[in-house]
Design a protein around this ligand. Structure first.
Ligand code: NAX
Length: 325
């Protein structure tokens, strides 16, 4: 059988971790013929809860699960890692300024970047889920100079999947009838879900919708604020859907896709400053992503992309000012 792939999940005892680990161990992340070794990284107060989750993983008797290691030591957690899913982060609490939030997360993502740099496998792929995801990925990447920059990505796949679902409901079609959906920019309320390049049955989605007011005043804000709507309804933030999106992101990066949304290091495409980690339309083949080129961007889309990229630029400047990158 194939050698086991080491998958490290940080924040493993959290709610996304609880929804994610079982999906990974069942084979949904990498495929039904790929054994996985799980490494769970947590902070000391949450180690016991992580052990409880590991007991449940044992109790599933997953044929593909080759082992579980639980630790609070980042160096150990990332030693030999092939897939790193950085979920644990410092949430924004009441009265916390943005600078404090970025600094607290710098305290997490800087040492994790260093540990990845020190010990990761040559083929390591990193997905940052913990918010602010794009900028946390930028911090981790800055501290892993020996790892190719394109291996650091952040998650906008949940936004992408939300956009697919909202559009399918509006048009009364199946999500599988929709192609070329794109989320641009930051995983935040400024993100831009783009219906001008999305297609339904080969036709432009914007044309199929044929309702500018809905596109502008309902669709975009519904997708961008869906996280808050889930908290309002559920009394807790998105967890199973976030875990599902994380599985989709890594699965498609490794196994290939014609078109999805990923936050990746910009090469200057579409006027996004080089080096920012921003969401783009990407295709993946042979385990590598590339930004889909050659799309025409009209004035409406230009303004939306620029606004989200401006926010990413501000976040980058703030972490630079804090000496985190
Ligand atoms: P939880 O608070 O349930 O779990 C977070 C876990 O991380 C906790 O168990 C905590 O002990 C652990 N942790 C904290 N610092 C750590 C460190 N230095 N090393 C290892 N573990 C550490 O949060 P959960 O609901 O699981 O969400 C996790 C993160 O995902 C949050 O930052 C959240 O904002 C973010 N999200 C990102 C999404 C995206 O689309 N990119 C969507 C869902 C989610 O909101």
């Amino acid at each position: 059988s194939k050698p086991a792939v080491k998958v490290t999940v940080t924040g493993a005892a959290g709610q996304i971790g609880y929804a994610l680990l079982f999906r990974i161990a069942s084979g949904q992340l990498l495929g039904p013929d790929v054994p996985v070794r799980l490494s769970l990284l947590e902070i000391p107060p949450a180690l016991k809860a992580a052990e409880g989750t590991a007991m449940e993983l044992d109790d599933c008797a997953f044929p593909l699960l080759a082992g579980i290691d639980i630790t609070d030591d980042a160096k150990r957690a990332f030693d030999g890692v092939n897939v790193a899913m950085l979920v644990g982060a410092r949430p924004r609490t009441k009265g916390m300024e943005r600078g404090d939030l970025l600094e607290a997360n710098g305290g997490i993502f800087k040492p994790q970047g260093e540990a990845i740099n020190a010990g990761a496998a040559d083929d390591v792929r990193v997905l940052v889920v913990g918010n602010p995801a794009n900028t946390n990925a930028l911090i981790a990447k800055a501290h892993a100079p020996d790892v190719p920059g394109e291996r650091f990505t952040a998650m906008t796949r949940l936004d992408h999947n939300r956009a697919l679902s909202q559009l399918a409901a509006k048009l009364g079609v199946a999500v599988t009838d929709i192609a070329k959906m794109t989320i641009w920019g930051n995983h935040s309320a400024t993100q831009y879900p783009d219906l001008f390049h999305a297609e339904v049955g080969g036709q432009s989605a914007a044309a199929a919708v044929n309702d500018d007011a809905w596109l502008r005043d309902t669709f975009i804000p519904t997708v961008a604020k869906r996280g808050a709507a889930i908290i309002e309804a559920r009394g807790a933030s998105s967890a199973a859907s976030a875990a599902n999106a994380a599985v989709d992101h890594v699965h498609d990066w490794v196994n290939g896709t014609d078109w999805t949304s990923m936050a990746v290091v910009s090469d200057g495409s579409y006027g996004v400053p080089e080096g920012l980690i921003s969401s783009f339309p990407v295709r993946c083949a042979d385990g590598k992503w590339e930004i889909v080129q050659g799309l025409e961007i009209d004035d409406f889309s230009r303004e939306k992309i620029d606004a989200s990229v401006a926010e990413l630029t501000e976040e980058r400047d703030a972490v630079r000012g804090l000496g985190l990158i």
